[in-house]
Design a protein around this ligand. Structure first.
Ligand code: BES
Ligand code: ZN
Ligand code: ZN
Length: 478
């Protein structure tokens, strides 16, 4: 719970200290021996009845949403460790310099800093920390509180995405995933349509059936419709990869690379989190999400390398590698979004390639896009959200890499340019609609957290950037 409120008596106070500032000089000489106000440096002391928790904010030269989120997270984690259940914090120094958007960023960090990955089989009673934003002038208070409320809903979306991705594969079968989605959107303006294996087959999604048929846990296809902007004919299509467990199929993954296989539905989880944010904040937007959900396993019915399958679009696909399953199910989902749901733009998001991890590591996601304006808007949204994306180029030499001798297209290129060829495979199914593709294989999961607001495990990558992207231009620039 976060409230904009002055004069709340709490025994803990978080104080932002700028490097080289007057405030720094006022601290006790003992504190000053080890604390200089450098960014994310912390120190604390008891002053009278109150514990003062100092957090360095640096010289404020290299400010970004990421830094603000890290500051927020570090404060909450530090104070929690000290047994604090309620504290006040005055953000005026940052607001004066960077505007009220800072509140959104710091609060997002504070809320995520309190996130804990669930432990299974244990009943946990998570005590929520109470936070009071003090020192906000009266005329600003209502607006600041509305920013707090908005980002709190978005963070719920992020936490929901993290929880889903953190869930072990045996506790999140495709049917469990569908149940969670239905629960999430109950009572909201989001219409949820669920297709089971029979309905998927009847709809003609042959590629999704080909992958999902590998398991006795049948595949599903979920459509989320949020149509709340009658002033616009545009509909943003969001397509998220929902592989609840990716063993690789007959092109079996090695034991070492199997541990992350439960997180292969992070794309779908990101879409769900973003749509949840839009709906819970009653945003004016038209969004339709299409989520192919399945497992990729070994069975008598599984795909074999060399198989040729068809797809909803009618294109034939040579399956060179059964571990490149994501693009197969995304192909059908994109076709469904364009043909059946009449979306006018397509964003797809997936933990798609190991290659993007090699290229960009765990803090930057790879992007391909056919449309400069869509990329520009995503880029601005991501800066506001405090996420990092890099657009990767593609040319006709890359298109050639997925041409097949025996089918219209193949699901794997050469041993290089893996991120590009994976994206281009999906683009083949967009029917010329403006398209943007986010490969979050590196950013969806961290074994060693990169930022203060992350914990080991799922990060909720994509949720906040997509949330802003789906809104009017003014909103995403901020
Ligand atoms: N889900 C994986 C990609 C992945 C790799 C996600 C590492 C997270 C971490 C995807 O289905 C996959 O296996 N891709 C293959 C494609 C290849 C066989 C063309 C890959 O990247 O190795
Ligand atoms: Zn795979
Ligand atoms: Zn996969």
């Amino acid at each position: 719970m976060i409230q904009v409120q002055n004069n709340q008596i709490v025994p803990y106070k978080a104080i932002l200290i700028q490097e080289g500032s007057k405030e720094l000089q006022k601290l006790s000489s003992f504190i000053r021996t080890k604390f200089e106000g450098k960014v994310l440096q912390t120190a604390y002391e008891v002053v009278g009845e109150t514990l003062h928790f100092y957090i360095g904010i640096g010289d404020l030269e290299n400010y970004s949403a990421i830094v603000a989120k890290e500051i927020g997270a570090k404060v909450v984690k530090g104070l929690k460790e000290l047994g604090c259940e309620a504290f006040e914090i005055n953000l005026n120094r940052l607001i004066e310099k960077f505007g009220e958007q800072v509140v959104t960023d710091v609060v997002e960090g504070m809320l995520l800093g309190g996130y804990m990955a669930p432990k299974y089989g244990e009943q946990e009673s998570v005590k929520e920390i109470k936070i009071y934003l003090s020192g906000i002038n009266e005329e600003r208070q209502a607006h600041v509180q509305s920013l707090v409320d908005e980002i709190s809903h978005v963070v719920k979306g992020v936490a929901f995405a993290r929880d889903l991705v953190n869930k072990p594969g045996n506790l999140l079968r495709p049917s469990d995933f569908v149940d969670e989605i239905s629960k999430c959107f109950r009572g909201t303006a989001v219409e949820v349509v669920v297709l089971d294996a029979k309905a998927i087959e009847e709809a003609g999604m042959k590629a999704l059936i080909a992958v999902g048929g590998s398991s006795e846990n049948q595949p599903y296809f979920v459509v989320l419709r949020y149509l709340q902007d009658e002033t616009s004919d545009e509909i943003m299509g969001l397509v998220g990869k929902g592989v609840t467990c990716d063993t690789g199929g007959y092109c079996l993954k090695s034991a070492g690379s199997m541990l992350g296989i439960k997180g292969d539905m992070a794309g779908a989880a990101a879409v769900i989190g973003a749509v949840y944010g839009l709906a819970s904040n009653h945003k004016k937007a038209n969004v339709i999400a299409c989520l192919p959900i399945c497992e990729n396993r070994i069975s008598a019915g599984s795909l074999l390398p060399g198989d040729v399958i068809s797809s909803l679009a009618g294109k034939t696909i040579e399956v060179v590698n059964t571990d490149a399953e994501g693009r197969l199910i995304l192909a059908d989902a994109v076709t469904y979004a364009v043909q059946k749901e009449k979306v006018t733009k397509v964003l797809d998001i997936a933990t798609l390639t190991g290659a993007v991890v090699g290229l960009l590591g765990f803090s930057i996601a790879g992007v391909l896009s056919s449309d400069d304006r869509l990329w520009d808007k995503l880029h601005k949204s991501s800066v506001k959200a405090g996420e990092r994306y890099l657009r990767v180029p593609y040319y006709k030499e890359h298109e050639k890499m997925i041409k097949s001798q025996i089918a219209d297209i193949k699901n794997m290129g050469e041993s290089y340019c893996g991120t590009i060829t994976a994206g281009l495979f999906i683009r083949e199914f967009t029917e010329g609609k403006p398209w943007i593709h986010l490969d979050i294989a590196g950013t969806a999961w961290v074994d060693a957290p990169v930022f203060e607001y992350q914990t080991k495990g799922a990060t909720g990558a994509g949720v906040t950037s997509i949330y802003y992207l789906c809104q009017k231009e003014e909103e995403c620039i901020g």
